[in-house]
Every structure is written in structure tokens, then in C-alpha cells.
Ligand binder design. Structure first.
Ligand code: PLP
Length: 312
């Protein structure tokens, strides 16, 4: 592997200098939480923009609060650490950033009391998550975790066993991605992405009480649909067979971005091609992530220092 720098406990160090104890609670019991953030490279301005950095670190610290992980850092500290880390790695490509906060304590037992809480941030180039421009998906037989069990609002590493089992099941059957139902049978989300349905001119997405992760991309999509396209956005429970009756379906997520679904449970979605609403949102999204829409430039944190005239 090429030389790669990571942020670990307040410092930027060579990745090879970091090791995690085999006894740590993070490794033994999955007592950790994380974020996935993207930074977009804009060739034209030769700038790398981290997308909604503040929102991601606010969500990380909320996850930490739920898991009793106490970090001596503020959102601003973590944003600054990420900027410095990206500069140090000198990436000039679309990049994925992965902060993980975890229980480093090495005592036996999954209590969340023990201290030795730590944070690690690494990053790597990442273009398309699936390598596919449109997806064929299936509902998994695994139900989604729920708030009073393993709260989906908290991006806990342990929760991704639920995601992994779902993905394994449907990928082995030849589909591209899974869709979870809640225990009560409502459409929930994908293993690492939220879902949107277009039906009768409205954009519909499951609400937080149907055990979704409150996605930052989901929020961006809702904002663009309402403010830029004037489409009515509805957060409500969705029945499985409504997916079959939908005009359009698409996923949203940091890794997945905004990706259309053209088949669900072996039924064609709409006319079998990526839909019009998806296409308009995708175009707006692509513009926004590289700070080309001044209205939303506050979502984009430029990484490299430049003279003022260089931004023009
Ligand atoms: C389970 C789950 N749902 C939804 C999302 C999408 O969230 P975001 O748009 O904030 O990346 C993710 C990705 O983090 C996820 O892991």
C-alpha cells in the first residue's frame, strides 16, 4: 500500500504506526461508532470539497453520546483534523473519509463504562460504490434492527452485522443490493443507504420511526426536491407492494450517492429505466457537491488553501 496518513488520538501519523489491541472492546464486542464522509474533487477549480462535514461530525458526536464514548474533541476540532488529514494525504480525487470512535478499553465484558475512548480517521480514494449505474434489488428476509434493540439512529459498528447478513443473502442470489423491512413489515432502507419512491408525482421516503438512519444525503435529496424542483416530499411508512407500484425508486447515501433502482423483487420499476425525478436530483446533487451552486456552498468545505483569485 502507498504511504497513507491517518488521524489518531489528536495527531496525524503514518498508518503503520497505529495498532489496535486484540483485547479492545471495539474489536471484541463492536463497541464503536463511525461516519462515512465524501470529499469531491473538482477538476475545474482544482479543489477538493468535503461534503456536509459539520453534519457528519455532529452525527458522530451524537452516536458517541448514545454509546458513552467520551472524546475530548468538538465538532470544529474534528473538522479541522479532517482538513489537515486530507491535505497531508494530498488526494486529488474523490475521497471517502472514515472516522471511527471506539472503546479502546481491554477489560472482559461489554459494559460501556470503561474509559480509554479513542478516535481514528482514515481516508481513501473512492469513485462509484457499486460500479453500476442502475441497480436490481431484493427485499431481504432479515428484518431491520430497531431503536430499542440496536438503535439505527446511532451509526454503531455492531449494527452493520445486520447490514452484512442482508447484503450477503441478496448478493448471493444475484441482486445488487438489499432492502430491509421493519419488524412490522414497512419498507425501511438499504444496508447502507436510504430509499426514495416516486409515486403519483410525490417523493416518498420512510420516516425516522421506521428505524432508518437519518441520512445526510437523504436530507440533501429532500431539500433539493422541495426547494429546487418544487416536488412534494412525504415522510411516511411504505408497504412492500408499493415498491412494485412505484414510478421510480432510488437509494441515497454517502457511499451510494444517488443511485436509481430499476428492478425490485424481479419486478420492473416504472419503465425499467432510471427515472426523471432521479435524473434531475442527480444533476443538482453533482453540481452541489463541487460547490457549483452558491445557494448551498455552505455544505462544501474546501480542503486546499488557495489565493482568492484562484477560486474564480
Ligand atoms: C444504514 C444506513 N442508512 C442510510 C445511510 C445513508 O446515510 P448518509 O446519507 O448520511 O450517508 C447509511 C450510510 O451512512 C447507512 O449506513
Amino acid at each position: 500500500m502507498n504511504e497513507s496518513y491517518v488521524y489518531y488520538q489528536g495527531q496525524i501519523v503514518d498508518e503503520n504506526q497505529v495498532s489496535i489491541s486484540i483485547r479492545s472492546k471495539a474489536f471484541n464486542y463492536g463497541l464503536a461508532c463511525f461516519e462515512g464522509i465524501r470529499a469531491y474533487w473538482d477538476e475545474e477549480s482544482e479543489q477538493l470539497y468535503a461534503f456536509r462535514l459539520r453534519d457528519h461530525y455532529e452525527r458522530l458526536l451524537q452516536s458517541c453520546k448514545a454509546l458513552y464514548i467520551n472524546l475530548p474533541y468538538t465538532v470544529d476540532d474534528l473538522m479541522e483534523a479532517t482538513i489537515q488529514l486530507l491535505r497531508k494525504n494530498n488526494y486529488k480525487t474523490n475521497t471517502y473519509i472514515r472516522p471511527i470512535a471506539y472503546k479502546g478499553a481491554d477489560k472482559i465484558g461489554p459494559t460501556l463504562f470503561d474509559d480509554d475512548d479513542r478516535i481514528l480517521i482514515y481516508c481513501q480514494p473512492l469513485e462509484s460504490y457499486t460500479g453500476k449505474s442502475a441497480l436490481k434489488v431484493a427485499v431481504t428476509s432479515w428484518n431491520r434492527i430497531e431503536d430499542n434493540m440496536l438503535p439505527p439512529r446511532v451509526k454503531a459498528t455492531a449494527a452493520y452485522l445486520n447490514s452484512g447478513l442482508a447484503s450477503l443473502e441478496v448478493l448471493r442470489r444475484g441482486y445488487d443490493e438489499a432492502i430491509f423491512l421493519t419488524k412490522s413489515g414497512h419498507v425501511c432502507e438499504g444496508p447502507g443507504e436510504n430509499i426514495f419512491m416516486v409515486r403519483k408525482g410525490k417523493l416518498i421516503t420512510p420516516p425516522p420511526y421506521d428505524n432508518i438512519l437519518e441520512g445526510i444525503t437523504r436530507d440533501t435529496v429532500m431539500l433539493l426536491a422541495k426547494n429546487e424542483l418544487g416536488i412534494e416530499v412525504v415522510e411516511r411508512s411504505i408497504a412492500r407492494t408499493e415498491l412494485y407500484a412505484s414510478d421510480e425508486l432510488f437509494f441515497s447515501g454517502t457511499a451510494m450517492e444517488v443511485t436509481p433502482i430499476v428492478e425490485v423483487d424481479d419486478r420492473v420499476v416504472g419503465n425499467g429505466h432510471p427515472g426523471e425525478v432521479w435524473s434531475k436530483i442527480k444533476e443538482l446533487f453533482n453540481n452541489l457537491t463541487v460547490a457549483k451552486n452558491p445557494k448551498y456552498s455552505y455544505f462544501c468545505t474546501p480542503i486546499y488553501e488557495k489565493n482568492e483569485y484562484e477560486y474564480i
